[in-house]
Design a protein around this ligand. Structure first.
Ligand code: FMN
Length: 388
């Protein structure tokens, strides 16, 4: 697999809230749309190709969030979570087509069936783990057909759609791309032949390699090509030492009781194979958090799902990313706490190492004279570098 193409780098809109210290209310930032707008406009300018917008009872509604952000951004794509069963496939097809039209073709869809029977019951979904994928399979037969052709019919076990119609097609043809993240055999089987991009949470490279091989084979058996993405947090600083200090600081106000409570909650309320693989990395212990070189599982002590971060200097982190790229990963969905400041850090420190163009000023910075930032003041805040 070639590593020559720069990684496609997306950022994250923290609709469950944001902050500087996990497990603490100090310097926290509750969900706030003006803040999301700041993050989205920053990500758009800083060279990220898109943002992931999650779904759960702890999040704002992702299609509405994307629709609110689209007019304030230019190139940014929106990877929006679709949870089959929370609405009919025909209704989801209408909102997906409308959002693709509002954003002029910037919609990506993330299929998430959900990993908590308790949370799904609140949404009126009472299916066992594997059956959720059988239901999702019928859901996407109707959803895709509507987006691709404007019409669909299905008399399925779970989904019935009689002469379903879609009035307005999406901008993207045949439809917005489908992403999928689920680690169970049922999930991988479901996604093969359907998903355009398979996503994994940030497990160590050897585990990701195993999954990639399994997913690639499942897709090939159904005659489909699939590409791969990874969901990771980033703690990048100028030196490795500073980055590890920042990682320690992030959990410096996190109590053992909060960790125990969170871990118990995940065990009790989750039947997600992906989640149990992530929890097994650290076992709820704060003394064994570097689960593979520079891969730190501290976030997973209290956050479900994406619980690992790459920690280090730009060169260190770029080398670790190259390992994933060599396995076949071409897309990174990144985040960091707090999301506005860390979007800048990742772009300014890491993107140059990865060959990602990053923030390109829309106006010329000078009349072709080399410049340095000089802090401002009388006579102009940009000075010509002597001798360069
Ligand atoms: C990158 C990524 C993003 C995800 N986003 C969400 C989300 O927004 N909401 C959600 O309920 N589950 C989300 N999931 C969880 C999975 O979609 C899936 O529902 C869960 O892991 C159960 O599947 P499994 O048992 O097959 O692993 C995400 C997973 C991945 C890998």
């Amino acid at each position: 697999m070639s590593s020559k193409q720069p990684l496609d780098f997306l950022w994250f809109i923290p609709t469950p809230g944001d902050g500087s210290y996990l497990g603490s209310n100090e310097q926290n930032r509750p969900a706030d749309h003006r803040y999301f707008r700041e993050i989205a406009t920053a990500a758009d300018r800083l060279g990220y190709s898109g943002v992931l917008i999650p779904t759960s009872i702890a999040c704002e509604e992702p299609f509405l969030v994307a629709a609110a952000l689209a007019p304030f951004t230019e190139k940014l794509k929106f990877l929006v979570a679709v949870r089959p069963g929370t609405a009919s496939p025909a209704y989801y097809a209408r909102i997906a087509a409308t959002l693709d039209r509002i954003s002029n073709g910037r919609l990506l869809l993330n299929i998430v069936v959900g990993g908590s029977a308790q949370e799904l019951a609140g949404d009126g979904i009472f299916l066992a783990h594997d059956e959720r994928y059988d239901h999702a399979d019928e859901f996407f037969q109707v959803f895709n057909k509507l987006l691709e052709t404007g019409e669909a019919n299905l008399d399925g076990k779970y989904i019935k759609a009689i002469d379903a119609k879609l009035g307005y097609p999406p901008v993207q043809s045949p439809r917005p791309p489908l992403y999928f993240g689920g680690s169970s055999d049922a999930g991988i089987d479901f996604s093969a032949g359907l998903a355009d991009k398979y996503l994994t949470w940030g497990e160590p490279p050897a585990q990701v390699a195993e999954k990639v091989a399994k997913v690639r084979k499942a897709a090939a058996d159904k005659g489909k090509d699939v590409s791969f993405g990874i969901r990771l947090h980033f703690i990048v600083r100028e030196t490795d030492e500073e980055a590890w200090e920042a990682a320690d600081s992030l959990i410096s106000k996190l109590s053992d009781e909060t960790i125990a409570q969170a871990q118990e909650n995940f065990t009790k309320n989750s039947d997600s194979v992906g989640q149990s693989r992530m929890a097994a990395l650290h076992g709820g212990r704060r003394d064994k958090l570097e689960v593979s070189p520079n891969l730190w599982a501290g976030i997973g002590l209290v956050r479900s799902g994406a619980g690992t971060a790459l920690v280090g200097s730009p060169k260190t982190v770029a080398a670790r990313l190259k390992e994933y790229q060599d396995i076949g990963i071409d897309t990174v969905i990144a985040s960091g706490y707090p999301h506005l400041e860390e979007a800048y850090r990742v772009s300014e420190l890491l993107f140059p190492e990865l060959g990602i163009t990053g923030a390109v000023p829309s106006a010329r910075p000078s009349f072709n004279q080399p410049q340095v930032f000089g802090g401002g003041g009388h006579g102009g805040n940009l000075r010509v570098v002597a001798g360069s």
